[in-house]
Design a binder for this molecule. Structure first.
Ligand SMILES: [Zn+2]
Length: 342
């Protein structure tokens, strides 16, 4: 190759290399400046929370119907998070607490017969002694109805994923009291998993001072998260006031008085199983939205910023409850009416 051509070629290659380098640098910088495309938190790994919620509510899990392959797969993903948080199995050697159901006489033929809770223990400062807290969230949903998948992103992939974030945070900031984290099955069929958990004897109910339940915690257009349970146990008000003042979303009390009719949420999720057993509860959840119990309750409808701040609030609630548990008056002044339970 003539010398002149070699020089020109070398120059062209150098310019090309420089240009390529500049482009790569620019792309790299743009990536750095943009940061992750989701909200972050100082309290927990928001990428993990969002990824888990998206996985649980993906079409592949087919609506997580109790006992279905999708429900079992969901449990597998959640099981890994319990392991990562270092929770101890409760009672037996595994987190899994399988149970069978007796379908009611009027049940359809595909009423689920087998389910399983995931139950893990985070020991406090005096393991096996003193008061304890049980934190619950159901991971099942409605499955496939008339060929449509009910993904249940808000109900209750959000609460199940939130529970794993709370468990990880509390494991990293060890609590005073023993805390049981329970992801329960069969809520949609009438609290099957939580009622089994309460009745199974795997938890010493005489030590359970409080149930904190998460069900639908990711969606609000008005930045509001409700906490129910102070109507039944007024002594929880000082705890709730503290949570309200430090929360990163608006926390409203309500939805827990019998004169509200359908808007009384006292017996509308798993905390009802604890309330029936005479245990005070705090239930966290959002107002019903147009996608509630519809096939459109999808991950892409979740406002991620609200969801992250909601989970931060749930972490504060569990942390505060643990700190204040021994000083609270936990008398239930409005006991559950077993006849009215359904
Ligand atoms: Zn639910």
């Amino acid at each position: 190759m003539p010398r002149k051509q070699t020089v020109i070629l070398t120059a062209v290659m150098a310019v090309a290399a420089l240009a390529l380098g500049w482009i790569l640098l620019a792309v790299g910088r743009a990536g750095d400046e943009a940061g992750p495309e989701f909200p972050t938190s100082k309290m927990f790994d928001t990428g993990e929370l969002l990824h888990l919620t998206e996985t649980l509510s993906g079409d592949a899990l087919q609506g997580r119907y109790m006992g279905s392959p999708g429900g079992i797969a969901a449990r597998g993903f959640l099981h890994k998070r319990f392991e990562r948080a270092g929770l101890k199995p409760l009672g037996e050697t595994s987190y899994e607490q399988p149970f069978t159901t007796v379908p009611p006489p009027d049940a359809s033929e595909n009423f689920p017969k087998e389910g399983a809770n995931l139950v893990g223990l985070l020991p406090g400062q005096t393991p096996g002694e003193g008061k304890m807290i049980v934190v619950t969230a159901h991971y099942d949903h409605l499955g496939i109805v008339k060929d449509e998948i009910y993904n249940g992103a808000d109900d209750n992939a959000s609460g199940a994923a939130a529970l794993t974030a709370v468990a990880k945070y509390m494991a990293d900031h060890p609590p005073k009291h023993d805390i049981v984290f329970a992801l329960v099955d069969g809520e949609e069929e009438g609290f099957l998993g939580s009622r089994y958990l309460v009745r199974s004897g795997v938890i010493d109910l005489s030590r359970v001072a409080l149930n904190i339940n998460f069900d639908m915690v990711s969606r609000s257009d008005v930045d509001e998260l409700y906490v129910a349970g102070t109507y039944e146990t007024p002594g929880l008000k000082p705890l709730v006031s503290g949570i309200q003042s430090e929360a990163h979303v608006k926390v409203l009390t309500g939805h827990d008085s019998p004169d509200l009719g359908e808007d009384d949420w006292t017996m509308q999720s798993d905390h009802g199983a604890f309330y029936e057993a005479g245990i005070p509860f705090l239930y966290f959840g959002v107002e019903d939205h147009p996608d509630y119990h519809k096939p459109t309750d999808d991950f892409d409808k979740i406002p991620q910023d609200f969801f992250v701040r909601s989970v931060e609030t749930l972490i504060m609630a569990v942390e505060d409850a643990d700190q204040q548990l021994d000083s609270l008056d936990l008398t239930i002044t409005e006991p559950a009416n077993p006849v009215g339970a359904h």
